[in-house]
Design a protein. Structure first.
Length: 346
């Protein structure tokens, strides 16, 4: 049974989260994994050469791209095949394929690699997969789920409910919900601060994002980004008309939030200390997902309508490469290069 005193549970969640993110050596090169949502593969980019160096075949219509912190295991979901696929990033070979009960969306893996959560969009549920046992160990109800995010905790993971306008916290010790957090709108992509206290969430019909305090379960601020082309967004084949932004990411030092704009085909940079938009960087057509390299040197953005990835030098605020990948790239993730140097070549 889901507990009723959410405020008390939120205090416990925020105060006890074990945010143990894997650290990498400053300047260490990384590999970028790009899920091609209208293809059957994940493109692999080397951030040293800024080129595509391989691909991993994972199943039709890739939705999720997630990695263990050591970069050894890649988790993907295939919407057509309705599978969760585990791949060895060093060999590019499939480790295991786990059948899912419906159409999967963005999954998340715990740092220890023990649990994976997979939202099942058409079944109003999220499944918890025990990776060691290669099986689903719990199915939780959730209205119109979309994205699952793990911010570095082995006990807690966040999953969004578009139907309930909230983000829910899953407790792996209980295999149940620990809290339900209203986010002030229909949640799209979101990120969570390292200490688990704050959620930054894009919501439908907003060219910007909401800032949500987890402990009090309240929206503390709505940030409206500027726009050169006032909404609504022009029609796009791969996105709903109520989506003004479909990607955001915290810089590794948590000083900045980078947010995509489907109105202006760019990234807006929000400084968390000054609480102001401090930069704008042009991307490809239809910017979707955002990640940073662990050392903070690069910011990477996938673009669905131009089938490419923009790689930015964060300090210089310049695009250093725009790399063509597969069909309609969406979810992206990064792993240390030393863990993936044996990736399968094309």
């Amino acid at each position: 049974m889901v507990p009723r005193r959410w405020w008390a549970l939120c205090v416990v969640v925020v105060s006890t989260l074990a945010w143990a993110r894997g650290e990498t050596v400053a300047g260490q090169a990384s590999r970028l994994y790009v899920g091609n949502s209208r293809g059957s593969n994940v493109s692999v980019l080397d951030l040293g050469s800024l080129k595509v160096v391989g691909e991993v075949n994972v199943g039709q219509h890739v939705h999720c791209v997630a990695l263990t912190p050591d970069g050894h295991v890649l988790f993907t979901t295939a919407e057509v095949d309705q599978n969760l696929v585990m791949s060895d990033t060093r060999s590019g070979k499939t480790i295991a394929t786990i059948s899912l009960p419906g159409k999967p969306n963005q999954c998340a893996v715990t740092p220890d690699g023990h649990f994976v959560t997979v939202p099942i969009r058409d079944k109003d549920s999220v499944v918890i997969v025990n990776v060691d046992e290669r099986k689903i160990v719990k199915v939780l109800p959730i209205k119109e789920p979309h994205n699952s995010v793990n911010a570095g905790s082995n006990q807690y993971t966040f999953v969004s409910s578009m139907g309930s306008h909230e983000i829910d916290i899953i407790d792996f010790k209980k295999l149940d919900y620990a809290a339900h957090i209203p986010v002030g709108g229909r949640p799209r992509p979101f990120v969570v601060s390292r200490d688990g206290s704050t959620i930054y969430v894009a919501v439908s019909d907003l060219h910007g994002f909401n800032i949500v305090d987890v402990k009090s379960k309240t929206v503390t601020q709505t940030v409206q980004m500027p726009s050169q082309h006032p909404g609504p967004p022009r029609p796009r084949e791969f996105e709903t008309p109520d989506t003004y932004t479909h990607g955001l990411a915290l810089s590794p030092d948590e000083s900045e939030l980078w947010v995509t704009s489907l109105l202006d085909d760019c990234i807006y940079i929000y400084d968390l200390k000054s609480k102001k938009i401090t930069g704008r960087l042009d991307t490809g057509d239809g910017p979707n997902w955002v990640v940073f390299s662990p050392d903070g040197k690069y910011g990477c953005v996938s673009s669905t309508d131009s089938d490419d990835v923009s790689i930015f030098d964060v300090k210089k605020r310049t695009e250093v490469a725009r790399v063509k990948v597969g069909k309609v790239p969406k979810r992206i993730a990064i792993a240390p290069v030393d863990a993936t140097s044996q990736s399968a070549s094309r």
